[in-house]
Ligand binder design. Structure first.
Ligand code: SF4
Ligand code: SF4
Length: 224
């Protein structure tokens, strides 16, 4: 296919081209001006459930983040938080997590260590309770299975960092020293328990075995 370049213009086509260019320039300017005028108004930062949400057809939609923040619904899924005082270290959240981003280490207590705010008895210490938000896919399953509802999604969504290690959040309230103490406490309790068991058990020689009375069995046979 051959292309030909038009090199000569008629007087009419020359002015028609200038007219088309100028009118399209003014169309663009008019559109920009209308947006500038509309931007004097802005849409309210409101929830989608607000009856007026879709009535706001015009106005700016951008926010001056971080000075202004979008409206977040209560059931939004953002950063996880564990109210560790209410955690019974049951491990359910770890088991249900599809990406293994929760790590827990529990230490048994020899006695009841308290109650959660909903009255559940606590018998385990949380030596470690870490959540790696860098892996979390925000499925919310862990919050659903938590029996004491101590694991919740918060409205904190801005925790970006260039250090990936900072995306692991630690919730254990125990210090290293306290963890050592708790471990020693349970191991000495278990040793004492074992010792008590062995001291309370009867020596082998003192076990009285029931004797089978051969006469009685024979008598029974005769009766039959
Ligand atoms: S929200 Fe889902 S992926 Fe994130 S910690 Fe919970 S269970 Fe795991
Ligand atoms: S499911 Fe809830 S109570 Fe159980 S370990 Fe996880 S956060 Fe704690």
């Amino acid at each position: 296919m051959r292309y030909t370049i038009k090199t000569s213009y008629t007087f009419e086509s020359y002015w028609a081209a200038i007219f088309t260019g100028t009118s399209s320039l003014f169309k663009g300017l008019r559109l920009s001006l209308s947006h500038i005028l509309k931007s004097r108004k802005r849409k309210k930062i409101t929830a989608i459930t607000d009856p007026d949400y879709f009535k706001q057809a015009t106005g700016r939609v951008t926010l001056l983040y971080p000075y202004e923040k979008p409206f977040l619904t209560d059931n939004g899924r953002h950063q996880l938080h564990n109210e560790i005082e209410d955690c019974i270290v049951c491990d359910k959240c770890v088991k249900v997590c599809p990406v293994n981003c929760i790590e827990i280490e529990s230490i048994k207590a020899p006695y009841e260590i308290g109650k959660t705010s909903d009255g559940t008895t606590k018998r385990l210490y949380a030596a470690q309770f870490d959540i790696d938000m860098g892996k979390c896919c925000f499925c919310g399953l862990c919050t659903t299975v938590c029996p004491t509802e101590c694991l919740t999604m918060t409205n904190t969504y801005s925790y970006g960092t260039s250090d990936i290690n900072k995306l692991t959040f630690h919730f254990s309230a125990l210090t290293d020293k306290e963890i050592e103490e708790k471990k020693k406490e349970i191991s000495s309790y278990q040793k004492d328990k074992e010792n008590n068991k062995s001291s309370n058990s009867l020596p082998h020689s003192s076990i009285i075995k029931p004797k089978l009375n051969s006469n009685s069995t024979e008598n029974k046979k005769d009766d039959n």
